[in-house]
Design a protein around this ligand. Sequence first.
Ligand code: SAH
Length: 227
Amino acid sequence: MSFRATVLTLYPEMFPGTLGQALAGKALARGDWSLDAVQIRDYATDRHRSVDDTPAGGGAGMVMRADVLAAALDANAGTDDPRPRLLMSPRGAPLTQARVRDLAAGPGAVIVCGRFEGVDQRVIEGRDLEEVSIGDYVLSGGEVAAQVLLDAVIRLLPGVMGNAQSGETESFEGNLLEHPHYTRPAEWEGRTIPEVLTSGNHAKIDQWRREEAEKLTRDRRPDLLDG
Ligand code: SAH
């Protein structure tokens, strides 16, 4: 059983988007994961097929209706669906590599993309939506955020990354940022490659990489070391 993604959005034509290319796209074509982009508007019931309305209490913008979104969720991810239900939201828990690993180990995800000012609070509570943020900035919609999350998950699915090892020393694994990389040519604009990397001494190379990773993390993201 491969990873199954269902995305609820007002813009299904934005999918697979970036996920249709390169690593994720090839994995999609192979069937390592599947994607269903659902048009929320198809579940609107009034004459104008409206999905949003003005905010209770007044103020700017529009809010996505609880009843329409709930109908879309119920039709595509019923109560017996084992997949986590995520709502992309700047108010959510910041996405981490640990959460990404968790999701990749599971059966898939149901992902709601917000638009406008966001969604009616009652559907978040009534359908147990887990709010997930991709960072402290505001996007115009959840579609790009959903693709960020899925991209991070898909590359970890079995068989997707060619070199399984490249997942293990990467940034955020073991609370460290990754060491610097070099490749040919040996000299470029007067800059050479650190000698140890061409020494062939793998113990020394491992040690150098470890030290560089620690130095980089201490300089740039000391918060990771406390974690
Ligand atoms: N008024 C809201 C922002 C709405 S932005 C607020 O101030 O919190 C519209 C939609 O874009 C959101 O519903 C969400 O689905 C998506 N979005 C915006 N920023 C995001 C972020 N940092 N992470 C995840 N989704 C985000």
